[in-house]
Design a protein around this ligand. Structure first.
Ligand code: ZN
Length: 482
């Protein structure tokens, strides 16, 4: 089974930011949900970030957000199309290259990692969209800048989707909104007012709703994609998830890079799975690891393991029943006894965020149909998700050798994957006989995943917590009194 999706990612930088402003605003305002991802200059002490006390963790992340910066921001806008039988979303993906104009720390390991994954620092310094951190410093509140874009995002009142998003939320607050409050309770109180439609964490959803064997971003995305693909192939009345992308025309087309999301051939590379990578999506050996980091292979292996366990349980039940009946069971050893890998998560080894991922980008050749048109965004119904074994539609074939650059759009593509997991999870929850509820995935609303904790961080305004002053002032700006 093969299914490749070609995802157009719009590359936004300083020289086209204003040109793309209306399109971005429209995409956000008309979306059903917005998924975000950030690329950071560093995080500081991992130990402090994983402190036992959540309040201490928050302090450590705040320290990181005050001293480091966001290097790029991925925005994926998903708009649900009502006139479709299945759950169809129109998706627009933006990757913004940013440049913090204040001094910030940059960590050697982070630089090394980013460069290895194709991050272009030359481009960042030459073309990054400038921003300053902390509170507003006056100036035009309607100017076309990142702070205004963030205000527009709040005004849109859309559900916000992140993956393992506590760090993202703290950095977004500090970089585009206001000085971070001292206490965690104040922070969550502020967030609950900033995002009244809710914040959703797909890592939490993956662990507690989808219950996959692993929950790092690439794994969760590929597993959702595979499961959706199977649902489509199996037919049936249940809803499936389909995606549509815009067909971009004119100038806009030159800003787009097409990311291909394919399944890697399981025939290539080592077949022995790296257990570390299998569980966390990260391994200290990186690309030097002799074991396989192939997520598709890992998913299939996990499915086999699960199936074997299921069969064993069934067998045990059978054995027990026959013992109780006093009978001898002869054929208990089924043919399914294959060696299997266990991927029991070990919490302390878990990386702080889901960023580090090994492996190179797979696409060998990239084909894309581009329609002629002059609208900012015309829907292009063809490269729909789940349409497996189908060649891209007839049309112009564009072979772009953007392979090495894949990493430059990580934030954009990661935001895309995050949105996809969320949409797939809501599709599974959606029963055709029930009218779709106003809240998507209510079980996951306002819960941020916490590494090593069984309970999430709740985004609520408790009776004990008050909003921060900076936030209260900011809310006046957001709602037009400023
Ligand atoms: Zn490894």
């Amino acid at each position: 089974m093969t299914s490749s999706v070609i995802v157009p990612v719009i590359d936004v930088q300083n020289n086209n930011f204003k040109e793309l402003w209306p399109a971005m605003l429209l995409a956000i305002k008309t979306s059903s949900l917005v998924a975000l991802d950030t690329e950071l200059s560093g995080l500081g002490s991992r130990k402090a970030l994983l402190a036992e006390s959540i309040e201490d963790r928050y302090k450590a992340i705040c320290h990181a957000a005050r001293t480091r910066s966001i290097l790029s921001l991925g925005i994926a806008c998903y708009k649900k199309l009502d006139n479709k039988a299945d759950e169809t979303y129109l998706v627009q993906v933006y990757n913004l290259t940013l440049l913090c104009t204040e001094e910030y720390m940059i960590e050697p390991q982070s630089v090394q990692f980013l460069v290895q994954h194709g991050f272009d620092f030359n481009k960042q310094y030459a073309q990054g969209i400038p921003y300053y951190k902390g509170n507003d410093k006056g100036g035009d509140p309607h100017g076309q800048n990142l702070r205004t874009l963030f205000v527009e995002l709040l005004r849109a009142r859309r559900p916000l989707v992140v993956h393992n998003g506590l760090i993202d939320m703290v950095f977004l607050y500090q970089c585009f909104y206001a000085h971070l409050p001292e206490r965690l309770g104040t922070f969550t109180a502020d967030l609950s007012e900033m995002f009244p439609a809710g914040v959703f964490d797909t890592k939490y959803a993956t662990e507690y709703e989808l219950r996959f064997a692993a929950s790092y971003l690439e794994y969760a995305y590929k597993k959702c994609k595979l499961d959706n693909c199977r649902l489509v192939e199996a037919g049936g009345s249940g809803p499936h998830l389909f995606l549509e992308f815009c067909s971009y025309a004119g100038n806009l087309r030159s800003y787009i890079d097409y990311r291909v999301s394919t399944e890697e051939s399981s025939q290539e590379g080592p077949l022995d799975i790296c257990l570390r990578f299998s569980a966390y999506g990260w391994c200290p050996s990186g690309s030097n690891c002799p074991m396989s980091h192939n997520t598709d292979l890992i998913i299939l292996q996990d499915e086999k393991t699960k199936e074997n366990k299921r069969k064993k349980r069934k067998q045990k039940r059978k054995q027990k029943a026959s013992r109780e009946a006093g009978a001898q069971e002869e054929d208990v050893v089924s043919s399914s006894k294959k060696p299997c890998l266990e991927t029991t998560p070990v919490t302390e080894a878990e990386p702080m965020n889901d960023k580090p991922q090994g492996g190179d980008e797979p696409p060998a050749d990239i084909r894309m149909s581009i329609d002629e048109g002059n609208g900012v965004c015309e829907r292009q119904a063809t490269p729909a998700e789940g349409a497996s074994d189908n060649d891209p539609p007839a049309g112009k074939t564009v072979a772009q050798s953007k392979k090495a650059e894949g990493g430059t759009h990580r934030a954009g593509f990661d935001a895309f994957m995050t949105g996809y997991i969320f949409c797939f999870a809501t599709t599974l929850k959606h029963r055709p006989e029930e009218p779709s509820s106003e809240t998507l995935l209510p079980e996951c609303q306002n819960k941020l995943y916490l590494s090593g904790k069984s309970v999430p961080l709740q985004i609520v305004k408790s009776t004990f917590s008050r909003s921060s002053k900076a936030h209260t002032h900011k809310m006046e700006v957001v709602w037009g009194k400023g």
